[in-house]
Design a protein around this ligand. Structure first.
Ligand code: AP5
Length: 228
């Protein structure tokens, strides 16, 4: 059975951190729309040119654009064995499009990481990212100076990690993305995760949630309860 996972949660909830761990543990690709858009900005592609100002303002890139990018990625052979979606879907139209894309594939497991707003702001303002290898550092990392421990690259702040834009991203989350909790929460494979713990404990809660949700669908590939 393919492990088809979504990690949801507000900006700074730890989606990227946990998606990375899950992808590595299960040998499946992490599909992060934020990372893909930042790569497009970096590469100066047409998509990147259109996305940059939107991202810097803390708004959402258009549904059609993002849906197209994800569809193309999930159609690749490596994603047939499963995937971890990080940052997608973010609107109800994106969630509907994802359901349509996955017709005939194994059911989605939806993890929703919950963290109080004050902690989200604290984490995002403290986050540093390596310009060289993309490693992410936060407040729980010790000995972080201005160089990456992995490759020695320079650590910088994401252009959308300043207080004004962080507050706007949280408002956009409340308006556009929180309704997805209602969209998914009645599915038997929906799992809330307490994200206000050290990353290792969040990872343990995530692993347990994936095991229990996957157990529901493992016997014959048919989800228990509603058809997803
Ligand atoms: P995206 O990159 O997806 O940003 P985001 O949703 O705002 O999420 P973040 O990456 O900021 O946070 P995260 O939850 O991944 O947390 P992380 O693990 O890094 O999107 C950026 C922009 O792209 C959007 O604003 C939009 O414009 C556009 N976009 C992307 N997808 C789109 C879509 N589907 N539709 C339309 N537009 C889209 O952790 C954060 C920090 O906290 C790190 O420093 C980390 O080290 C630390 N940390 C992690 N876990 C813990 C913990 N348990 N305790 C303490 N610190 C922790």
């Amino acid at each position: 059975m393919a492990l088809n996972l979504i990690i949801m949660g507000p900006p700074g909830a730890g989606k990227g951190t946990q998606a990375e761990l899950l992808a590595r543990a299960h040998g499946i690709p992490k599909v992060s729309t934020g990372d893909m858009l930042r790569e497009a900005v970096q590469a100066g592609t047409e998509l990147g040119r259109r996305a940059k100002a939107i991202m810097d303002a803390g708004s959402l890139v258009g549904d059609d654009i993002v849906i197209g990018v994800v569809q193309e990625r999930l159609d690749r052979p490596d994603a047939r064995r499963g995937f971890v979606l990080d940052g997608f879907p973010r609107t109800v139209p994106q969630a509907r499009a994802l359901d349509a894309m996955l017709t005939g594939r194994d059911p989605l497991i939806v993890l929703n990481i919950v963290v109080p707003d004050a902690e989200l702001v604290r984490r995002l303002l403290a986050r540093r990212v390596c310009e060289g290898c993309g490693a992410v550092y936060g407040t729980t990392d010790t000995n972080v100076a201005d160089r990456c421990r992995r490759c020695g690259g320079v650590l910088t702040q994401r252009s959308d990690d300043n207080e004004e834009v962080v507050r706007e991203r949280l408002r956009v989350y409340e308006r556009e993305t929180r309704p997805l909790v209602e969209y998914y929460q009645d599915r038997p494979t929906f799992r809330p995760i307490d994200g206000a713990q050290v990353p290792e404990n969040v990872a343990r809660a995530v692993a347990a949630a994936v095991d229990s949700a996957a157990g529901l669908t493992a016997d014959d590939g048919t989800p228990v309860g509603r058809d997803i």
